[in-house]
Design a protein around this ligand. Sequence first.
Ligand code: ADE
Length: 225
Amino acid sequence: MKLDIFSLFPEAFDWFRTQRSVTNAIAEGNQLRLINYRDTTPLGAGQVDDAPYGGGAGMVLRVDVVDAALRAAYADGERPRTVLLTPTGRLLADELADELTREPHVALLCGRYEGFDERVHEHLADDEVSIGRYVLAGGELPAMVVADVLMRKLPGALGHEESAVEESFSRLLEGMPEYPHYTRPAAYRGWQVPDVLVSGDHERVRRWRLEQSRARAEQFERDAE
Ligand code: ADE
């Protein structure tokens, strides 16, 4: 997969790019590119935003600036799936992440200030994605969340091929949260690891884990009511 992130603050991703799942995914032939809208702005003095028509607080990212960045990045006919990060977009969940991971080429567009000129939504984006119903200062943290969830789903991104398969909300767990994990010591300050996990009985362990996942799923539903 090729993943391009458009941002006014590409340096915000410096740490993210060093993460093992990302370096593994890149070693497997995937690509992660950071692109700064400011590098291709058609306006003077690196301008990228402007005051909103009709007045009001804050600045708006200009449509010509976003369009220029996309045109500079992509040859004619090359059209990645273009996703805007906005608080009002489609809520990110495992299904949407799976859908995006199947795309060969994805562009994530980070906004800042009051957001994008509406024509970016209308004419340049395919999707809008939100990581939750709250407003962050910009799209960089949401883009990092999306990039993280996409990249760790790519083959070879995780050390153990299985790790992403049987984890919370995955198909293997029927969309349920993952069961609890324990490691050594078996007893600590009187806090015991469940006996079944040290029993060596794989079938009992499998059933116990499934029960735990189901119990957590039921709790989730109660919490959501
Ligand atoms: N930009 C600002 N807030 C956001 C959010 N919650 N999700 C996605 N993009 C955003």
